[in-house]
Design a protein around this ligand. Structure first.
Ligand code: FAD
Length: 306
């Protein structure tokens, strides 16, 4: 077991965890970051669009930002331990158990900050039917697959709406299928969708089944009374995100979907555990918000504990 004394242990080297680390570093507060993968930046590595609402400069895509994060970590010697996947926590011993190189290590903490972010929700229930090559959860890297096709997008949030708009530029026809009668997506996106000739929205319908001989040819959607057959070649799921908080289950208060419930000082139902960034039930999923949380929590921790 690694005894870290009065150390703050941060889980996750995404924008939230790195921003907290940077501020703690400046204040000379001892801490460590455990990061599951081999690089910093979290979800920014998956962003293919340009980051137009970040006012810090011209950033064409998330990879550029990830590179900047990497440079920052090296330059400021932020204490990130890579390839450390946090598996569980022990609130009695105040320790975190993580896996590194197939071995489990336990590390003690006084303060634990969960900045482990979120991940795309994957629907595998239609896999293994012979259509896997035509089912997508991300489109940017495979955008050419959709050229001249008919595509169906399942979902009702911003990401579903953005995907439908993007596909409308390249596919012949796009269906946006929402199982509810309301949209969670921004009004401006829905307004753009309504003005786009080759997008058809279908509300109040859930996906029931996929059909086709050698490839996907049609899907069946239903409102529990009537079924609709939609001829399409490609199926895209954009059904939201899940928080990376499995290791917290049973230890602190979480929402039904696993998001952390924290007060205005980012403190969870256990006074030694804090949450910042995408893991928070109250958070808006944005890089600037995650960075802001990290900076704000550093001030709170320094004020209250050091
Ligand atoms: C495709 C896509 C497009 C986006 N577009 C934009 C955009 O245009 N503008 C914008 O502002 N935001 C955008 N976002 C959202 C933005 O990336 C997130 O809001 C932001 O990255 C959240 O930061 P975070 O630090 O809270 O979490 P994350 O970025 O998710 O980082 C969490 C880190 O924790 C690590 N981790 C997870 N579990 C464990 C574990 N058990 N043990 C150790 N480490 C763990 C992860 O590997 C990751 O490095 C986009 C996200 C995606 C996926």
């Amino acid at each position: 077991m690694i005894n870290t004394g009065n150390k703050i242990v941060i889980i996750g080297a995404g924008p939230a965890g790195l921003s907290l680390s940077a501020s703690l570093m400046i204040a000379g507060v001892d801490h460590i970051i455990l990061e599951k993968i081999d690089k910093p930046g979290g979800q920014t590595g998956y962003i293919n669009n340009s980051l137009d609402d970040l006012i810090i400069g011209n950033i064409n895509n998330g990879k550029k930002l990830t590179k900047k994060f990497k440079e920052f970590v090296t330059k400021h010697r932020l204490p990130v331990l890579y390839n450390c996947n946090v598996m569980s926590i022990d609130l009695i011993n105040k320790s975190v158990i993580y896996e590194n190189k197939n071995a489990n290590t336990e590390i003690k903490f006084n303060i634990l900050v969960v900045a482990s972010g979120s991940r795309l929700k994957i629907d595998n229930s239609f896999n293994g039917l012979g259509y896997d090559d035509h089912i997508y959860h991300r489109i940017s890297r495979n955008i050419d697959d959709f050229k001249g096709k008919t595509s169906s997008v399942i979902g009702n949030g911003d990401n579903a709406a953005i995907a439908a708009l993007k596909l409308s530029e390249i596919s012949d026809r796009v269906f946006l299928i929402n199982r509810s009668d309301k949209w969670k997506a921004r009004k401006d996106l829905i307004a753009r969708i309504n003005k786009t000739n080759n997008i058809e929205t279908i509300i109040n319908h859930s996906l029931k089944s996929l059909h086709g001989r050698d490839r996907l040819e049609e899907i069946r959607v239903s409102n529990d009374k009537v079924d609709k057959i939609i001829k399409c070649d490609k199926l895209v799921f954009k059904i939201g995100y899940l928080p990376n908080t499995e290791f917290l289950s049973g230890h602190i208060d979480l929402t039904e979907n696993g998001y952390m419930i924290c007060d205005e000082n980012f403190r969870s139902s256990d006074c030694s555990i804090y949450g910042i960034g995408d893991v928070l039930s109250s958070s808006f999923k944005r890089i600037s918000v995650a960075i802001g949380h990290g900076t704000q929590l550093a001030s709170i921790l320094i004020r209250d504990h050091f």
